[in-house]
Ligand binder design. Sequence first.
Ligand code: ASP
Length: 343
Amino acid sequence: MRHTLFIILFALSSCSNQKPQEDSSHQSKEMDNTSNIEYALVIHGGAGTILKENLTDEYEQKYLLALEFALKTGEDILKRGGTSLEAVQASINTMEDSPLFNAGKGAVFTNAGTNEMDASIMEGENMEAGAVGGVGNIRNPINAAIAVMNNSEHVMLTGKGAEQFAKEQNLELVDPSYFHTQRRWESLQKVKAKDIGSVEEFKEYKYGTVGAVALDKFGNIVAGTSTGGMTNKKWNRIGDSPIIGAGTYANNKTCGVSCTGHGEYFIRYAVAHDISAAMEYKGMTVAEAGDYVINKKLLDAKGSGGAIVLDRFGNVAMPFNSKGMYRGFVKSNGEKEVKIFRD
Ligand code: ASP
C-alpha cells in the first residue's frame, strides 16, 4: 500500500513538473541565441511579386537605401534608450514619407482616383491599440493611429471622423494632391485595363505596405503597420492593416507582428494574432509560428503575403509566401540584414 502511494505521488510530482520543464527548455532555446539582446527592430516595406527581373538596379538601390534609412532612424532611438513606440513611429514615418512604399506619400489609388489610407499600432506591454481606416488627408497615418491609442477611448476611427480627430490632435494635414505620384497613377491605369479581380491576378500585383516591430531596453514590444491598401479598391474597402489581430498585433508575452499581403485573407485568418497564439498555446518559437501561419495555413488557403515577427528576447522571423518582401532587421549585438528577394 505504502509502495503504491509512493508510485502515485511520484507520478503526480513528475506530471506537475512536466509543463514548466517544457516551457523553460523552449525559452532557453530562444534565449541561447540572443540572450545579450538589449533592443531590436524589424521592418517590412511590403510583400508581393518582387522579382529581380522586375526591378531595375536603380530601384533596387533606392529600396535598399530606404530600408536602411528606416532601420537606422528607429535604431538610433532604441540605442539611446527611447521606447519601442517612438522607434516604430519614426521608422514608419520615413517609409510613409518615401514615394517608394504604398503608405503615406506613395499610397496607391482607389478606383475613384483617390488615396485612402489605413494604419494601426499596438503595445505589447498593456495591450493598448489604436487604428485609422480610410483617411485621405493625414500626412502620416501611423501618427493618427498612435493618437487614437493615446488620446481617445476608442481603438479604431474611420473616414471623415478620423480626419476630424487628427485635426483636433494637431496632426499634420495635407491637401489630398500630396499623395499623387505618377508611378501609382500609372499602376491604377494598368490595373483598370486588366480589371484585376481574381486571386491569381491579385498575386501579380505589387504591394508596398510598411510595418515595424520593435523591442526596447525596457523589454516592451510595439508593432505598427501603415498602408494605402490595394490599387483599384472600391466602396471604401478597408484591408487587414488597421485591424488589430489581422494586420498588427503585439503582446509582450509572445511577440509583435506586422503583416503585408492580400488583406482579405489576413482578416479572415486573423494572421497577426494567430502567429502570437501559436507561440502562446503551442509553445512555438517566432520562426516556427511565423512559418506555420504564413507558409502553411495561409498558403493552403491561397492567401499571399508575409509578416515580420519579433519576440521579447530579440528573436526575429520574416516569413513570406510571395516571391519577395522588402524587409530588414537590426539588433543591439550588431546583427543586421536588409533583403528584397527570396535570396
Ligand atoms: N495588406 C494590405 C491590404 O490588403 C495590402 C498590402 O499589404 O500590400 O490593404
